[in-house]
Design a binder for this molecule. Structure first.
Ligand code: SF4
Length: 330
């Protein structure tokens, strides 16, 4: 099997202009991130709201222009392509948006929704009923659901319809934005199992965007933790979960609700608000919230360092099980 990456993201930046005419400011929403993805792999983008995950995913899908870097999909540079040039490529890369029910058109039947990509891409010649009959069982829905409407579906069923729509054109890459948002915990597991199963069966590559670390642990081979648009730690999911080395990763993982009561006591609480992208902190941009920050963190940006099983940007990577130092009360 060809082991070339399906997707290569190299030093990508996304800049937004905000403010009124005369007082415009450029802000960096995604700040120089890189990753690669091969067939059958799942890569997770993790971080709080506003960390740049969705912006990066939209950039990969051609819905957001980039201001620097390069995006290569199946060997072809795709950054800078216009809508028309992107259209055939969108057959090969699908995007699943948040909100399982709201993202489905309420006036279309399930059969029409799952086959809509075929109509958009000019495959009306195919028997769309046959196509619906092919797609619905793949996502575990009975054929009679083809005649139902979104308001007649549960959140989990709606998500399955979204997955069927995403695989309608036999893509090689699926980008899923918060694939389990709004679903009960038991249904979340079903949807994740479905994605895993399809990835294996169809040889898909997936980018999963989420703030839910259970999702990451369940489906991702590799992960990147984003903070203010940068990757602060990337690596194999098992290695990062086993021993987070960046303080922000450690804090996110410690906040992950666990049934184990001992775990709850180990929560690392982060003081202070997330800084504005309009006023990025000097030095390490996480220093305003980092319990381990030292003087040089406030002035010197940590370089990106590649270790054996991950890469990260921190002057003082954590040892396994590290606890925040006690601070003197002022
Ligand atoms: Fe914390 Fe310093 Fe590491 Fe930044 S460089 S994450 S402030 S210890």
């Amino acid at each position: 099997m060809n082991d070339d990456p399906i997707l290569k993201v190299e030093d990508v930046e996304v800049t937004f202009t905000v403010g009124r005419i005369g007082r415009r400011n450029a802000i960096l929403g995604v700040a120089g991130v890189s990753f690669e993805l091969r067939r059958g792999e799942t890569f997770a983008l993790v971080g709080e709201s506003g960390s740049g995950k969705t912006t990066l995913a939209r950039a990969v899908n051609g819905l957001q222009a980039i201001s620097a870097g390069a995006i290569t999909f199946e060997g072809q540079r795709i950054d800078g392509l216009d809508r028309k040039a992107m259209k055939p490529l969108r057959r090969r890369m699908s995007m699943m948006f948040q909100d399982p029910v709201g993202s489905l058109s309420p006036r279309m039947s399930v059969g029409d929704i799952v086959t809509e990509p075929l109509r958009i891409h000019g495959f009306e010649g195919r028997d769309l009923k046959d196509e619906a009959a092919r797609l619905l069982p793949l996502v575990g829905l009975p054929l009679e659901y083809a005649d139902r409407y979104p308001h007649q579906l549960s959140g989990g069923q709606a998500r399955r319809v979204g997955v069927a729509r995403a695989i309608a054109l036999d893509p090689v890459l699926i980008i899923a934005d918060e694939p389990t948002a709004g679903l009960d915990v038991s249904v979340q597991g079903e949807v994740l199992n479905l994605l895993n199963e399809l990835r294996e069966r169809l040889g898909l590559a997936m980018v999963i965007i989420t703030h839910n670390l259970h999702v990451v642990h369940h489906v991702a081979d590799r992960m990147a933790v984003m903070y203010l648009g940068r990757f602060v730690e990337t690596g194999a999911t098992q290695a990062v979960f086993g021993a987070p080395a960046h303080p922000y990763t450690a804090a996110l993982l410690s906040a992950n609700p666990e049934p184990d009561p001992d775990r709850a006591q180990n929560r690392i609480s982060l003081p202070a608000e997330v800084p504005s992208l309009l006023a990025r902190p000097a030095g390490c941009e996480f220093h305003t919230r980092c319990p381990w920050a030292r003087d040089n963190c406030r002035t010197v940006a940590p370089p990106r360092v590649a270790l054996e099983d991950r890469s990260l940007s921190c002057h003082y990577p954590l040892k396994p099980g590290a606890r925040p130092p006690r601070r003197e009360r002022p």
